[in-house]
Ligand binder design. Structure first.
Ligand code: G1P
Length: 310
């Protein structure tokens, strides 16, 4: 699709890498993809697809791997279940079951071997077919009301190249993220990315601005990824490919901009943050909060630090 104002192709497709082994959640993830772990009563990956759809992207490509079939089932119709709910006149649950199958056009490609995020994105090449596209990582949940992805798509349409979402983190946290060296632009929320390093040690990090899991990539990223050698952790890193694009001219797939995000982001990638996310989401749910919040307060007040296990 071409935007008549700028004649740059507009982003229409989202890529969601979902091939990770989920080792941090074993044994729960032995037979269940980590993307299907519930945040209250909805699998984490559904929030991600909803965010893409809210930003106007209803073509979603999941990059999956072995034992991820339940993701496909989740975004498909479930006739027997729907029939059973209809027979019971349980319209509310019927609506919730159908919702995920009607959200978006979800497509699947398999990564084959786990060679890193950059390699997962490379698997989307044929589907994306030469247009800029969004990448959403399932470990980061960002409220659709924040409008982050929409803003990134707009910035990409105005400035071309690629766009990453950046969030300021504590110095001791930078080594967990891709980290950006930045220069300001005429827009206070948009920066020019001049360098990127995947998970740098705190002492040599170029800044405290970390890439959170939202990207809009120029299609030139595929060519770069093909030539990107394994980096941090022996994996092909998307950060390394974007670093190369950051130094390029616009006619060669550059530059890279960052949208500075100061809103609410939930990390579900490790057990502690996952628990915090579930509790926060439950406290924000109108159907649960009235009972859950007073219980939580009482429960927390009754915890004596001396009684903690371990
Ligand atoms: C990935 C990226 C990293 C980014 C992070 C955001 O790392 O490689 O650059 O900052 O996601 O969550 P992972 O957390 O998958 O190791």
């Amino acid at each position: 699709m071409t935007d008549t104002r700028h004649s740059l192709p507009r982003v229409t497709k989202a890529v969601v890498p979902a091939a990770g082994l989920g080792t941090r959640f074993l044994p729960a993830t032995k037979a269940t993809p980590k993307e299907m772990l519930p945040i209250v009563d909805k699998p984490a990956i559904q929030y991600v697809v909803e965010e893409a759809v809210d930003a106007g992207l209803n073509d979603v490509l999941m990059v999956t791997g072995r034992s991820k079939r339940s993701i496909e089932d989740h975004f498909d119709r479930a006739y027997e279940l729907e029939e059973a709910l209809r027979a019971k006149d349980d319209t509310e649950r019927l609506r919730s079951v159908r919702e995920s199958s009607e959200l978006a056009q979800v497509h699947y490609v398999r990564q084959g071997e786990p060679r890193g995020l950059g390699h997962a994105v490379l698997c989307a090449d044929a589907h994306v077919a030469g247009e800029p596209f969004a990448v959403l990582l399932g470990d980061d949940l960002i409220g659709a009301s924040e409008g982050l992805l929409k803003r990134m798509i707009d910035v990409q349409a105005e400035r071309g190249g690629s766009v990453v979402a950046l969030m300021e983190v504590e110095p001791e946290q930078v080594s967990l993220y891709g980290c950006a060296a930045i220069e300001s632009t005429d827009d206070p929320d948009v920066v020019r990315v001049t360098d990127l390093v995947e998970k740098p040690p705190q002492e040599s990090a170029p800044s405290r601005w970390a890439i959170i899991g939202r990207y809009v990539c120029a299609p030139e990223v595929f060519g770069v990824l093909r030539d990107t050698p394994p980096g941090r952790g022996g994996e092909i890193q998307l950060t390394d490919a974007l670093r190369e694009l950051a130094g390029r001219r616009p006619d060669q797939g550059g530059p890279v901009h960052g949208v500075l995000f100061r809103g609410q982001r939930y990390d579900t990638g490790n057990r502690l943050d996952y628990l915090r996310t579930v509790v926060e989401f439950a406290c924000a749910r109108p159907d649960l909060a009235a009972e859950f919040v007073p219980w939580l307060r009482e429960f927390a007040a009754a915890q004596d630090p001396g009684d903690l296990p371990g």
